[in-house]
Write a protein that binds this ligand. Structure first.
Ligand code: FMN
Length: 274
């Protein structure tokens, strides 16, 4: 079932795959690692055995270690990572152009490498890949919210959405989607261990990778409320499965602004346990 295969010519018997296995199901036998078939069901399918092997001797789940990217000497340096993390900004002004479809898929393929509880890997990305489609969605949402506002149907604490509709109607100021060409909604089945957390982490990966490529992003708390509370029929229309919880929404596209320097925040709030 797991297809755990060891290339005995390449294996040095170092045992790192066995030591690192989070389920402790790999055992050294006669100098080589192996998995007792009775323990296979406990595998997390995390592929740590394939990833840690210094000689590429371990294959699992039918995967060829040669197909993995080499990490040694290829990690980004800490200074660049720090600049990315400190310099990432919420972008609220976008160019009126779509991202190339290949780039969109590349961003999402990297985002799906984010960690997930029990390695569930069930995050689904619902993507608005074309600015015309987003324009249509925006119209639908603004119309729906406008109707609720006129009928006094906006729930307590959400009355401020009426202002956003008014701004849109008056001069096309789009506080909801920020004029972005694209939207991604991360959702996950409600029966996995950590659906919301998995979605948030995946979108964090998405955002950072996007910004490293010069693509702007903004977390869409307002759209999240629209989908979850105000106009739940919209999530159906977008094809989000009924058994999914929405983790969050994020708008993105080519930015029409560029930031020259980092912001300056107060130091981290740290408490060292005595
Ligand atoms: C969970 C979450 C929800 C957010 N919702 C919105 C939103 O609906 N609209 C918006 O313009 N910005 C939204 N933001 C962006 C924050 O306002 C922004 O991160 C904050 O002002 C700091 O700015 P920076 O991201 O440029 O550092 C959200 C951010 C987070 C983390």
């Amino acid at each position: 079932m797991l297809d755990f295969i060891v290339n005995k010519q390449a294996c040095t018997g170092c045992g790192q795959c066995a030591d690192d296995c989070p389920a402790s199901i790999i055992a050294m036998d006669d100098g080589y690692p192996g998995i007792d078939p009775e323990k296979e069901a406990s595998c997390y399918k995390c592929q740590h055995c394939l990833a840690i092997c210094p000689t590429g001797a371990v294959s699992i789940l039918g995967l060829d270690p040669e197909e993995s990217d080499q990490l040694t000497g290829n990690m980004p340096d800490a200074g660049q990572m720090e600049t990315l993390l400190r310099g990432r900004r919420s972008v609220r002004h976008y160019k009126e152009e779509n991202l190339e479809p290949e780039l969109l898929v590349r961003l999402l393929d990297v985002a799906c490498h984010a960690p997930s509880g029990m390695n569930a890997r069930q995050v689904r990305f619902t993507v608005v890949d074309d600015r015309e489609k987003l324009a249509k969605l925006r119209d639908e949402v603004m119309t729906g919210l406008g109707r609720m506002a006129r009928e006094g149907a906006l729930p307590k604490g959400r009355e401020f959405f009426a202002d956003f509709v008014r701004m849109w109607e008056e001069d096309r100021t789009d506080v909801l989607f920020r004029g972005a060409p694209h939207l991604v909604i991360a959702s996950a089945p409600n029966n996995i261990a950590t659906p919301i957390e998995d979605c948030l982490i995946a979108l964090s990966y998405f955002e950072l990778f996007a910004q490293s490529l010069g693509i702007g992003t903004v977390w869409e708390g307002l759209v999240n409320w629209v989908l979850n509370e105000l106009l739940p029929e919209t999530r159906k229309r977008l094809g989000i499965p009924d058994n999914h919880v929405i983790g969050f929404a994020m708008a993105f596209g080519r930015p029409a602004v560029s930031y020259s320097r980092t912001t300056q925040h107060a130091p981290a709030n740290i408490y060292f346990v005595s």
